[in-house]
Design a protein around this ligand. Structure first.
Ligand code: 3SL
Length: 235
């Protein structure tokens, strides 16, 4: 049976072997929630980038450019990091850089497959992984190297689903994430409201983004990284 691991921080990724695994990159607030929304709403592809200047330069190649740092849109870019901004961009290409989300995607590039996960597409991701039958690592973006609650909760939700499909928990982070999710699954928003990133984001007035990003299975879409760009996997 395929194995199941969770990595709580990009700073711990080097401790994992990625080469034969399917990595699920997750940044619930809000990068991967935006990406899932964008791909579900018809965006053609998303180029994840670590560097803001490289991102800006993609404008000349016909991309919309999106950049967030510390929760805010960077001046001079077309888009920030609210999922509501990604609902009407069908057919567009987006170059995207964020504080943590695009970083964890880039750091996972040695994996056999990279999938973009969020509560918004939880079941679609679980079904895809069950079909693939590869060992899975859920890579949490965290916040500047630190562990966060919202990505851990998502990891736990995905672990819980995959255990039901026969996957075998292979590290204690996966066990911890599942236990945290099962403790709080009936009051996710109340629990997430206590976490540090929500406190940070509250000053930006984006409570509706937080509520949106905690909804399960709004989209039945699986964004995957192919040749460095995120596209829709055709189920
Ligand atoms: O860190 C990230 O990648 C962002 O998703 C953070 S924020 O939600 O835009 O603050």
């Amino acid at each position: 049976m395929p194995s199941l691991e969770v990595c709580f921080s990009p700073h711990l990724l080097a401790l994992h072997t990625l080469s034969h695994k399917a990595v699920v990159a997750v940044d619930i607030l809000r990068a991967t929630s935006c990406m899932v929304t964008a791909i579900a709403c018809g965006v053609e592809k998303i180029l994840p980038l670590q560097d803001t200047e490289i991102c800006k330069a993609m404008k000349a190649q016909g991309y919309l450019i999106a950049a967030e740092r510390d929760g805010k849109q960077i001046e001079g870019f077309d888009l920030g990091n609210s999922p509501f901004s990604y609902m009407n961009l069908a057919g567009k290409k987006i170059a995207f850089t964020t504080t943590n989300g695009t970083q964890v995607i880039k750091l996972s590039e040695n994996a056999e497959k990279i999938i973009i996960g969020a509560f918004l597409n939880l079941t679609a991701v679980a079904d895809y992984l069950a079909k693939e039958q590869k060992d899975v690592l859920i890579a949490c973006a965290g916040w500047k190297g630190q562990v966060n609650v919202e990505d851990t909760l998502f990891a736990g939700a995905l672990v819980a689903k995959l255990v039901q499909k026969g996957f075998v928990i292979a590290n204690d982070s996966a066990l911890l994430a599942k236990s945290l999710y099962e403790t709080h699954k009936n009051h996710l928003l109340d629990f997430v409201n206590l976490c540090s990133h929500v406190q940070r984001l509250k000053n930006l007035g984006i409570q509706k983004d937080i509520e949106f990003c905690l909804q399960k299975d709004v989209y039945a879409v699986v964004p995957v990284l192919e040749d460095g760009e995120i596209i829709r996997y055709e189920l």
